[in-house]
Design a protein around this ligand. Structure first.
Ligand code: AMP
Length: 115
């Protein structure tokens, strides 16, 4: 069964898409944790970073160049931003289709709490 992100990419379910090319698609997170919260997703379904192979390197690299472009488009390239990729259970991954969170538009504080 396609992931929820594949269904957004295919247009089966709605998403607020901000960027799309032949390798990746980016859309607004439904539950934003910052004024800017975008998910950048490879168009090919890859469950986790632990499943990434050499054949995926172009899409993985494109996630970064897309992040740079989106940050510029949304006006946060000068103020700065954070990119997060959660992996599996301890990493807090909820959707098993690789994705990069692009967060910004405010000071994000420390990377992790010390809990
Ligand atoms: P993660 O915990 O890294 O797997 O993050 C999954 C993210 O997907 C969360 O921030 C959710 O808010 C977001 N999300 C889940 N469903 C949707 C959806 N239909 N549209 C946009 N974002 C979603």
């Amino acid at each position: 069964m396609p992931s929820i992100f594949s269904r957004i990419i295919s247009g089966e379910i709605p998403g607020q898409i901000v960027y799309r090319d032949e390798l990746v698609t980016a859309f607004r997170d439904i539950n934003p944790l910052a004024p800017v919260h975008i998910l950048i997703v490879p168009n090919t379904e890859i469950a986790t970073v632990d499943d990434v192979e050499a054949a995926h390197e172009a899409a993985m690299g494109r996630m970064f160049t897309a992040a740079r472009q989106i940050a510029r488009d949304l006006g946060i390239s000068e103020s700065g931003y954070r990119l997060i990729v959660n992996v599996k259970d301890d990493g807090g991954q909820e959707v098993y289709h690789v994705h990069m969170h692009l967060l910004g538009g405010k000071k994000l504080g420390r990377m992790l709490s010390s809990e």
